[in-house]
Design a protein around this ligand. Structure first.
Ligand code: ATP
Ligand code: MG
Length: 553
């Protein structure tokens, strides 16, 4: 599919163009730095497309670097899922994946350098005391009594921290910057803390771990990153980023640029909240097709190109905003409209008996796979005396707007004949259980010879040859556009976000492969779910044929 523009432009690309043309850099190096503490979501896709997209277009490099300084919350399963998701999106990182923990020795060395320069000290103040001394947005902080400890003593304390001689929370290493700074992050931030935690990469080597702000900029510099792109909440932290780089002996000066996070309506994009949805079993797992995770969106039937297209369409700015779900859906709908072969599937079957059709006959009809693309060829669809149609496609009485089957009226069966409904069976509650019809043998692929106008077309599946299938229909996961703003976001979960139908699909779908996508005519776009087995096909509705997310709903 044609992606919107081959080379988008945005303020970051303009900065890069300038840096290249005035010789500040002669190549571009970016990185995508996830913390392996959850699965990636569609917000991360925005960052991935930005970082890897820039590397691709400028013939530079993009590293995949796990920012792994919080060993307790991290897990190797997350590392693996993140690698899988980035690759699936169609991007290749430069060389092996990297880990901030690869640099723990160097980071430790730079911390020692700061102590030696009188720019860092070990603080034994309690957490509470530290908070008090920090001040507020309107009041400056106060200096810690440990701020003027000698370099020698600080070196000795820091070494003891490393040796495991201090307890967690007993002390921490702080950068000595400015307790009166208007940027809170510059008020002597903690750069190392004691944590007796096993690390998925470094095992039990360390019992002190560097803080994110100290680690990130140094990792960027070690890797020779030219443009370090992150989201707006790190805007203030840029001061600290630059301070660390200026005050250590390293010859690379990466620059940080911030862009706005993706926010998407009717979902949540915070790993903490997504973990809660999984842990509390509000969804079936990280890859539940209602989840905004890349794994969930993939299982829902989105393609990498549709996600990349979405990231192009939303663009990159510094403005915070909320993107409508319809925008995401339009990307996959536009793509599948071109690429998905058409099939017939009945979600709520109603039996239709063609009384003037021979009992034992099976006619093999030829149906196009795509109405506008002959190159997609045709498939065989068996037609028999008994078929299923959609329950909602039949009414005993209806006005002219109802262009489907009505008692004593005609309709065209898609790819087949015109039939007229003559009578019905009903059950004790009055519900129609079977519709009896007659078909017009002369109408296979042609209008009735006598000029009768038959406007409606409905889909159907042979009762004898059709295959039972479980069809999962998804709706928005939340009832409110911004669930994150609710006091308890789980209370806003839409109880109807998943509806399961026992449907019947045309037999050609028996061979459908996992994840392959189809348009079920008149119903929507569907893909084969991984829960499918020899006994039971399972389909996920990726998206309906039209935008159903309009605000009026
Ligand atoms: P979360 O708030 O979901 O936990 P995070 O920012 O802590 O996300 P990281 O693993 O640290 O998650 O993110 C890796 C990269 O992805 C960072 O550069 C981050 O800025 C970016 N990112 C995370 N969420 C979004 C989002 N919603 N939109 C755009 N970029 C994002
Ligand atoms: Mg983070």
């Amino acid at each position: 599919m044609a992606e919107t523009e081959l080379r988008p432009t945005n303020f970051i690309r303009q900065i890069i163009d300038k840096d290249l043309s005035n010789g500040l850099h002669d190549s571009v190096a970016t990185r995508f730095p996830p913390e392996p503490n959850g699965y990636l979501h569609i917000g991360h896709a925005k960052s991935i497309c930005l970082n890897f997209g820039i590397a691709q277009d400028y013939k530079g490099t993009c590293n995949l670097r796990f920012d792994d300084t919080n060993p307790e919350k991290e897990d190797i399963d997350y590392v693996n899922s993140i690698k899988e998701d980035v690759s699936w999106l169609g991007f290749e990182w430069d060389g092996e994946e990297r880990y901030s923990s690869n640099y723990f020795d160097q980071l430790h060395g730079y911390a020692v350098e700061l102590i030696e320069k009188g720019l860092a000290y070990v603080d034994f103040s309690s957490q509470e005391k530290m908070r008090e001394m920090r001040g507020t947005l309107t009041a400056p902080g106060t200096n810690s009594p440990y701020r003027d400890t000698s370099v020698e003593e600080n070196l000795a304390h820091f070494e003891k921290m490393r040796q495991g001689e201090y307890k967690e929370g007993e002390c921490s290493l702080r950068a000595k910057i400015d307790m009166t700074s208007s940027f809170m992050c510059m008020r002597d931030p903690v750069i190392y803390r004691v944590k007796f935690a096993h690390h998925h990469q470094t095992g039990d080597k360390w019992c002190i771990y560097p803080m994110y702000d100290f680690t990130h900029c140094i990792s960027d510099a070690i890797e020779g990153i030219s443009h370090s792109l992150c989201t707006l909440e790190f805007q203030d932290n840029r001061r600290l980023y630059d301070w660390v780089i200026e005050n250590i002996s390293i010859d690379c000066t990466p620059r940080q640029y911030e862009f706005s996070r993706l926010n998407l309506e009717y979902t949540v994009l915070s790993k903490r909240k997504l973990i809660q949805l999984v842990d509390e079993a509000h969804v079936s797992g990280w890859d539940d097709p209602r989840m905004p995770t890349i794994a969930g969106i993939r299982r829902r039937g989105y393609t990498p190109s549709a996600l990349r297209e979405f990231c192009l369409r939303i663009g990159v700015t510094k403005m915070d905003n909320m993107v409508e779900m319809g925008m995401l859906e339009a990307c996959i709908r536009d793509e599948l409209n071109q690429s998905a072969p058409r099939r017939m599937a009945v979600l709520e079957p109603l039996k239709l008996v063609i009384e003037n059709y021979p009992q034992d006959k099976t006619e093999i009809l030829d149906a196009p796979n795509h109405p506008n693309d002959e190159s997609m060829s045709t498939r065989s669809v068996p037609f028999t005396k008994e078929i299923f149609i959609e329950k909602e496609d039949f009414r005993i009485e209806a006005n002219k707007k109802f262009k489907r089957l009505v008692l004593n009226k005609e309709v065209r069966l898609r790819n087949a004949y015109v039939v007229r409904a003559d009578r019905v069976d009903t059950d004790e509650s009055g519900e129609v259980t079977t519709v009896y019809c007659t078909y017009d043998e002369q109408t296979l692929g042609v209008d009735p010879a006598d000029g009768r106008k038959v406007k409606g077309v409905i889909h159907w599946v042979s009762a004898e040859h059709g295959i039972n299938a479980e069809i999962r229909l998804y709706d928005r996961l939340f009832n409110v556009p911004n669930p994150a703003a609710e006091e308890d976001f789980t209370a806003a979960i839409n109880p109807e976000s998943l509806t399961i139908k026992q449907g019947v699909v045309e037999p050609s779908l028996a061979e459908a492969e996992l994840a392959s996508a189809f348009q079920f005519e008149r119903t929507g776009y569907f893909c084969v779910d991984k829960d499918s087995s020899e006994q039971q096909l399972v389909f996920n509705r990726t998206v309906g044929l039209r935008d159903t997310w309009e605000r009026s709903q």
